[in-house]
Design a protein around this ligand. Structure first.
Ligand code: PEP
Ligand code: NA
Length: 609
């Protein structure tokens, strides 16, 4: 039996409840060694990972890793929320009884870390001192060293975060066991993986992956799923898959903060890390707070506050380049400690490459290997499969992002001026529509949708709905979730404005009508000014739209026809959309009457057009 007590003593880890927890799971997973880690251990652990071949060098202070080829993304089918309360079952949360899932995972994990080290990672999903700190502490146990390296980049890691707790029991128990990856039947009827958040026990049990969202338990399982549950159980906050940014107008001295949710592939990371368009000169500054998670609460002054509980960015590499996301390019440069996962790698030059990094892949393929580790030079002629996995990633700390806000670690958080939703849709959604009513804003979030694929374009026009972009992360039923939103934001005396944005309208020939990227700031500037009462916009059945005169368009290349289209509501299309929405909302138990009333108001206004 491994000596748990000595390992914990050596690290000076005193919290008695954490000690019991580590001992309990060590007896189940049976590792050979236990090591408690802190962020200060990073350089040593990186060297160990390089020596063990888990990482490869990718230039000064940059690293490369490959995950098992059937383990390259979150698995939504194998992810469940388990509790003791059947009323927590929702449409999207794959609810299971807590006892059943715990028993099953204990069985899978029994003896599964034999021969390995169990790393104990005490972490905090909040800036220290945050009013939400009581929900932010956790201890991940993992048997995979690269998971530790990712956690050190994505969360604040150190023994102090769990030894200073007011209530020694108030930490999330997050157990990660990799399992025998080549023998887990990933994606087959005999799939052995299970990723369970036992939410009412604040316990996360993930078995069968060493990748990203399945294995970095602070991030999605705690930061989103567990926090979603805790936010309602405490009545204190919302935890959302939101980006968060700040905008400063140097001319007027105004400063605004905007957060919001976007289903995947709708440009959330690029928006969050955006800079002001060059054509607007140096009048505006955009500060980055977070690209994936925001926790929101109401402050004593009656405003909604937000903060990013993470410490880093786990960004999609594909299409990241100087034009699409220049700040990300800086954040993954030399000396940043970035870890690339599943991009293409050249084991002679130690370079990395992914689709969209440059227009064409490197012309000289010598030394280049694809994300599976196979030599490009040995590919069959005509093999056009991607070099990098489409979900390949970079992991870097917030502090590496050149436009990270000066106050990104301020425990007070930042006051939120606007909450926006946006899905990729080629029609019906204008560039931006502001929503001033709370229930209509929450209704808009619940009916957030995006086109499932480009192939769906122009077909029957049904969107894939993704409430608040939380579909894979909801911890309890959608109706109760809507009620919790109404309660939290409804408690604010100076609430944020809501809005829906869309950067992806297309013309009949398929061209994008709006240039997107940095120019998206123009829509947000209009929204903030509308909230402040500096512009009035134009009322439509689905919200207030900017007039052409109100949008700052200096330097934007757009035809009058495209501009008209993105500032117009297609009433026919919207009437059809209302039918789809009604069907979508009908699935949810206990949906508050305020939400149905909002739906009827919008439908009535469309009918009156
Ligand atoms: C993942 O793929 O592991 C992941 C974290 O995905 P996403 O950022 O899309 O939630
Ligand atoms: Na995400």
């Amino acid at each position: 039996m491994v000596d748990v007590e000595s390992a914990l003593d050596e690290a000076g880890l005193k919290n008695p409840r954490v000690r019991e927890y580590v001992a309990h799971w060590a007896a189940i997973t049976q590792p050979d060694r236990i090591e408690v880690v802190s962020a200060e251990d990073d350089a040593r652990l990186v060297q160990e990972a390089l020596d063990a071949g888990e990482l490869q060098p990718a230039g000064p202070g940059r690293y490369y890793s490959r995950s098992y080829h059937l383990d390259t993304a979150r698995s939504e089918e194998r992810t469940v929320v388990a509790t003791g309360k059947p009323e927590d079952r929702g449409v999207y949360n794959n609810w299971k009884p807590a006892d059943e899932m715990t028993d099953l995972l204990v069985e899978r994990m029994r003896g599964a870390s034999a021969g390995k080290t169990m790393y104990v990672i005490p972490y905090l999903m909040a800036p220290p001192g945050s009013p939400l700190e009581p929900y932010a502490a956790g201890v991940e146990l993992t048997d995979h060293r690269p998971v530790v390296l990712h956690m050190i980049r994505m969360a604040r890691v150190g023994v102090r975060h769990v030894d200073a707790l007011d209530d020694p029991d108030s930490f999330v128990r997050a157990v990660h066991v990799t399992g025998d990856l080549p023998n887990l039947g990933q994606g087959t009827p005999d799939d052995q993986r299970y990723f369970a958040t036992v939410a009412d026990q604040r316990t996360i049990l993930h078995f069968g992956s060493s990748y990203g969202g399945n294995a970095l338990l602070g991030k999605i399982a705690h930061g989103l799923r567990q926090a979603c549950y805790d936010g309602r159980a405490s009545g204190a906050f919302l935890a959302e898959q939101f980006m968060l940014l700040g905008i400063t107008d140097h001319e007027t001295g105004k400063r605004w903060h905007v957060c919001g949710g976007f289903p995947s592939a709708s440009g959330k990371t690029n928006l969050a890390m955006t800079l002001a368009p060059e054509a607007l000169g140096d009048r505006y500054r955009v500060d980055f707070y977070g690209d994936d998670i925001a926790w929101l609460w109401v402050g004593d002054d009656g405003r909604v506050y937000g903060m990013n509980p993470e410490f880093g960015v786990f960004g999609v590499a594909k299409d990241t380049n100087e034009r699409t996301n220049p700040t990300a390019v800086d954040a993954i440069g030399e000396g940043t400690g970035v870890i690339f996962t599943n991009v293409a790698y050249n084991d002679q030059t130690q370079e990395v490459w992914w689709e969209g990094m440059t227009k064409e892949p490197p012309a000289d393929v010598t030394g280049w290997r694809d994300w599976k580790g196979e030599l490009i030079s040995e590919r069959e002629p005509g093999d056009a499969s991607p070099w990098a996995h489409p979900n390949s990633r970079f992991t870097t700390t917030l502090a590496n992002v050149p436009n990270v806000a000066d106050d990104f670690e301020d425990p007070a958080g930042v006051p939120i001026d606007a909450i926006i939703f946006g899905g990729r849709t080629s029609d019906r959604e204008p560039l931006v529509r502001a929503i001033t009513d709370l229930a209509e804003g929450v209704y808009d979030g619940l009916t957030l949708g995006a086109e499932a694929t480009f192939a769906a374009e122009g077909v029957d026009g049904q969107l894939r709905y993704d409430p608040m972009s939380m579909r894979p992360f909801l911890a309890y039923g959608e109706g109760d979730y809507a009620a919790h939103w109404l309660k939290i934001i409804g408690a604010a005396t100076d609430p944020p404005i809501f809005a829906h944005v869309n950067w992806f309208q297309r013309g009949e020939d398929g061209h994008f009508r709006w240039p997107g990227y940095r120019d998206n700031l123009r829509a947000l500037l209009w929204l903030c000014r509308f909230k402040d009462g500096d512009v009035t916009g134009r009322r439509t059945p689905v919200g207030v739209l900017p007039t052409v005169e109100e949008l700052e368009l200096d330097g934007v290349e757009i035809t009058p026809e495209d501009l008209e289209a993105i500032l117009t509501v297609d009433v026919e299309r919207w009437r059809q959309e209302m039918g789809f929405r009604e069907e979508h909302l009908r699935q949810f138990d206990r949906l508050p009457e305020e939400i149905w009333a909002a739906h009827r108001r919008v439908a009535g206004a469309l009918d009156a057009e």
